[in-house]
Ligand binder design. Structure first.
Ligand code: AMP
Ligand code: GLY
Length: 267
């Protein structure tokens, strides 16, 4: 208000999940980004898994836990490899891809007993290990309509030669060859469209950038997670490919006018 700012693009996940978009809109300041309710697609992995089940979005089989003993019993029953995830925001570090049962049990202890992720780890999603190649897909949405922003791949592990623990992304490139035109159509049809339609049907229309982290498995794309914003570092490789102005598209997404927007891309 002090500086007369009339359009805000909210970048990072913490203020989105905390409801900054709702607060700015209430104050009469036009804002690009999802509401607090819609940002739950990033803020709670458990919410997203249940949402995917309700709307038929393909994703790994899973269980949700708030009790460490029940979580451990599930891991012992399912065996390894298995993936343990803190429910809430953990800056890309809340996921353990456990190749052994022991590693999964240790991850449960870290999250639930040693509180490594604070409140974000009090609830866990434990899921099936997916095989395939990862890619990320980006779409602008205005609550109803969708414009594709294309795909990217990032380098997740901290060390050279793809070694060490996962990070939020050490670097990225676009476009990834695995996301062919046909694959992009399949991702839109199976993952992005049912999500935007499902959020609208549930009374939390999604406006903003929907960033789908995917495993391209033999049977097709499966959702690993959603982010509700441009990714860092992915944004750095997506936007230089854009030949159109981005700002009109962001305003159209905010105003429910995306159907009037066509973006042009460099090859
Ligand atoms: P997320 O924060 O949920 O995107 O998970 C971080 C990373 O963990 C992903 O980019 C994958 O490399 C890996 N990962 C997460 N879930 C799975 C899964 N179900 N199967 C295999 N790898 C996974
Ligand atoms: N690079 C993934 C993210 O921004 O969360």
């Amino acid at each position: 208000k002090k500086y007369g700012i009339h359009f805000v693009v909210v970048g990072p996940e913490a203020p989105l999940v905390a409801g900054l978009v709702d607060r700015l809109e209430e104050a009469g300041i036009h804002t690009f980004g999802p509401s607090q309710k819609a940002a739950a697609l990033e803020g709670s992995k458990g919410f997203t898994k249940d949402f995917c089940r309700r709307h038929g979005v393909p994703t790994a089989a899973y269980g949700r836990f708030t009790d460490a003993e029940q979580a451990k019993a599930f891991v012992r029953r399912r065996g390894a490899p298995i993936v343990v995830k803190a429910d809430g925001l953990a800056a890309g570090k809340g996921v353990t891809v456990a190749m052994t049962v022991e590693a999964a049990l240790a991850a449960i202890d870290e999250a639930m007993l040693q509180n490594r992720f604070g409140a974000a780890g009090a609830s866990l999603v434990i899921e099936e290990y997916l095989e395939g190649e990862e890619a990320s897909f980006f779409a602008l949405a205005d609550g109803t309509d969708i414009v594709s922003l294309g795909a990217a791949q990032d380098h997740k592990r901290v060390g050279d030669g793809d070694t060490g623990p996962n990070t939020g992304g050490m670097g990225a490139y676009a476009p990834p060859p695995i996301v062919t035109t046909a694959m992009a159509d399949e991702i839109l049809r199976m993952i992005i469209k049912p999500t935007i339609a499902g959020m609208k049907a549930e009374g939390a229309p999604f406006k903003g950038v929907l960033f789908a982290g995917l495993m391209i498995a033999r049977e097709g794309p499966k959702l690993i997670e959603f982010n509700t914003r441009f990714g860092d570092p992915e944004c750095q490789v997506l936007l230089p490919r854009l030949k159109s102005d981005l700002l009109p598209a962001l305003i159209a997404a905010r105003d429910g006018e995306l159907r009037n927007i066509t973006l042009r891309w460099r090859d």
